[in-house]
Design a protein around this ligand. Structure first.
Ligand SMILES: Nc1ncnc2c1ncn2[C@@H]1O[C@H](COP(=O)(O)OP(=O)(O)OP(=O)(O)O)[C@@H](O)[C@H]1O
Ligand SMILES: [Mg+2]
Length: 509
């Protein structure tokens, strides 16, 4: 048996105007969990798409060796037969099929040419259990949350009994608990001898579960080292090509007048009649302020943002004052026109049209600004888009690039630019740095600071405590539809926030 279950040699791949990979060498030891890291657009997903046959033999240069012999995959089917299973960065489940149908799609369990429904049901149940899900196999996937879907993708990959499992940013949309489940499963698989390639921007995960790490930059292999020989600072400097001494550009500020006042804001649960999703939420956002909202996933952070802009169920009671005037938005469009914007957590739902190019997407929500009397001011559209491509270091050959062709993190940056470009008075960002590399995160925080200095007020909803602590002037914590605590930048720390996020406010002193 070859020591390396996998070797990729001299892999290069071009897209129109982009050299995505340039002579990459990548070797994976059997039984290891191998981390693959690098900035947005470094080439991680492309490398894995080549390995899995998504980009078939003939569309790239270089060689793939599995178990020491050269393989030419013409499609994903081929790589699956060679024992490789990939979970793509973009979730690929069919929403209108059941869990069981999704898991066995293309691999149907059949007897004499007839699908064996009972066996499928039973096998699905068993596989779901392995990933810690207690769900009916007949449940339609469409109604399930992103985190659950991700676990189903993993279940699907497990069902193929792969020797080599590839996970491309599997935890980007998972809750803390779901992440724990996933990491436990991966450890178990490793003990069973399964080799795994793990892509993530969350370096703490890389350090927790990998044995080896490969760092890519600009389509090239920079280093492959044992995880033990590395620390976060080293990985970051290999990734970005320079030392990063500072992760958070915190600026202290004196808050100005109230820009957004929310009073006794209660919202009905659209699914459970009589239940409140948000319960008498009170808070104020000032000018010259970045306000953080923390809390475990599912406590109502996203619902709060959505209901304020008129994109969530029935508002039972409450008042919203934007820059002093009482408002009640029925639609997000009304909120945008009044100067209240929201960047949703889910990139695909954030109104990015992946078929359109970067500049069209960026200016979509601010057409009023780049057009006069219905005529697009082409120049302005170009100037503004170029500015944001530069500011956010979006990796692309031009602003005419189709947004769907950008790497995952770079798409997120386009979404961010889209909402920043409408020059709102209040901007609510929901998990704005999800899937974004460390270097670009820093640029985004800087941009948030600049926007605040230019007169805008920002709310940042985030599951990453270090970023809230590192960027926000004040932090609110939510617990089950209420605000359970508030901390100034100086008071806040990880322990206090976790305590407020996990404990019922009435039980706290
Ligand atoms: N279908 C495509 N057409 C054109 N360019 C592409 C296409 N797919 C990827 N690219 C480009 O290739 C480069 C590598 O992209 P890739 O998706 O592999 O990056 P990544 O390392 O996975 O980044 P991220 O962390 O943001 O997911 C980027 O510059 C990207 O814009
Ligand atoms: Mg990627």
């Amino acid at each position: 048996m070859a020591e390396h279950i996998l070797e990729m040699k001299g892999i290069s791949k071009d897209f129109p105007g982009v050299r995505a990979l340039n002579g990459v060498t990548f070797q994976v030891v059997r039984g290891h969990c191998h981390g693959l890291v690098g900035e947005n657009g470094a080439g991680k997903s492309t490398l894995m798409k080549i390995l899995s046959g998504f980009y078939p033999h003939g569309t790239y240069e270089g060689d793939i060796l599995v178990e020491g012999s050269v393989r030419h995959f013409r499609g994903i089917r081929d790589s699956e037969h060679a024992g490789i299973a990939i979970i793509f960065q973009e979730l690929a489940l069919a929403p209108n099929l059941s869990i069981a149908e999704n898991i066995f799609l293309g691999n149907e369990l059949a007897q004499n040419g007839v699908i064996d429904a009972a066996a499928t049901h039973q096998k699905t149940q068993q596989i779901l259990k392995e990933v810690g899900l207690d769900l009916d196999p007949e449940t339609l996937v469409g109604g399930l949350g992103i985190g659950v879907r991700q676990l189903i993708e993993i279940a699907k990959a497990l069902s193929k009994n792969a020797d080599l499992l590839i996970l491309d940013e599997p935890t980007a949309a998972l809750t803390e608990t779901e992440t724990e489940t996933l990491l436990t499963i991966l450890n178990r698989l490793r003990n069973k001898g399964v080799t795994c390639i793990y892509i993530s921007h969350k370096l703490n995960e890389i350090f927790r579960i990998t044995d080896t790490v490969t760092i890519l930059r600009d389509g090239q292999t920079i280093r492959t080292l044992p995880t033990k020989a590395l620390d976060e600072a080293k990985v970051i400097s290999f990734m970005v090509g320079r030392e990063m001494n500072e992760m958070y550009p915190y600026r202290s500020r004196v808050p100005g007048k109230p820009m957004l006042e929310v009073k006794q804001w209660s919202v009905a649960d659209p699914e459970i009649p009589g239940r409140l999703r948000l319960n008498r939420v009170d808070f104020t956002l000032h000018s010259n302020e970045i306000l953080g909202i923390s809390g475990l996933m599912g406590v109502g952070r996203t619902e709060l943002a959505k209901s304020l802009i008129g994109a969530y169920g029935k508002v039972v009671s409450g008042e919203l004052y934007l820059d002093g005037s009482l408002q009640r938005f029925e639609t997000p469009r009304q909120a945008i026109l009044a100067g209240l914007n929201y960047l949703p957590e889910d990139r695909k739902g954030s109104g990015l049209n992946l078929m359109m190019d970067i500049k069209e997407n960026m200016t979509l929500a601010s057409l009023d600004r780049v057009s006069s009397r219905g005529v697009l001011k082409k120049n302005l559209e170009i100037v503004e888009s170029e500015r944001y491509v530069q500011k956010l270091a979006i990796k692309t050959p031009s602003i005419e690039q189709k947004t769907g062709n950008l790497s995952g993190g770079n798409q997120q940056k386009v979404a961010l630019a889209k909402w920043m470009l409408c020059s709102p008075r209040v901007l609510i960002l929901d998990e704005p740095t999800r899937g974004i590399d460390v270097g670009a995160k820093f640029e985004i925080y800087n941009l948030m600071n600049d926007l605040v200095e230019a007169g805008l007020s920002v709310i940042m909803i985030s599951s990453e405590l270090p970023e809230l602590l590192g960027v926000c002037n004040r932090i609110l914590v939510m617990y089950e539809g209420r605000i359970s605590a508030e901390f100034s930048h100086d008071e806040a720390n990880q322990e206090k926030i976790m305590a407020a996020a996990c404990l019922n406010p009435t039980e706290q002193q």
